[in-house]
Design a protein. Structure first.
Length: 113
């Protein structure tokens, strides 16, 4: 199932399309614009990183199922999947942030301070 956030910056939502291009669902962006492509996990969960510094997850119907705490940094890269439910994303300063939805909304970060 292809996903899109529309143009380079979309303020309207994330869309799921069928292989034929039919709209399956549209989810609002709860935490501001998403610039980078969302990441689709093998489970079907879609992860997206917002410019407001939050990572969030949508289920296969477009429902919000998880959100991180705010990093107060802007994310411009797609979340990278790690072992288990580990997620990694960089901010606009190239700092690295790690998330694990099964552990809650908290984060670990590495980089310049």
């Amino acid at each position: 199932m292809p996903f899109t956030t529309g143009s380079s910056i979309n303020l309207d939502g994330i869309y799921a399309l069928s292989p034929e291009g039919q709209l399956l669902w549209k989810a609002p962006l709860p935490f501001g614009p998403v610039v980078a492509a969302p990441t689709l996990a093998p489970s079907g969960t879609l992860y997206a990183a917002s410019q407001s510094g939050k990572l969030f997850a949508l289920d296969t119907s477009g429902n919000l199922i998880w959100q991180s705490v705010s990093t107060k940094r802007k994310f411009f890269t797609p979340p990278a999947l790690g072992d288990g439910d580990a997620l990694y994303v960089t901010d606009d300063f190239s700092d690295l942030f790690a998330f694990a939805p099964s552990l809650g909304a908290n984060i670990a970060s590495w980089g310049r301070r």
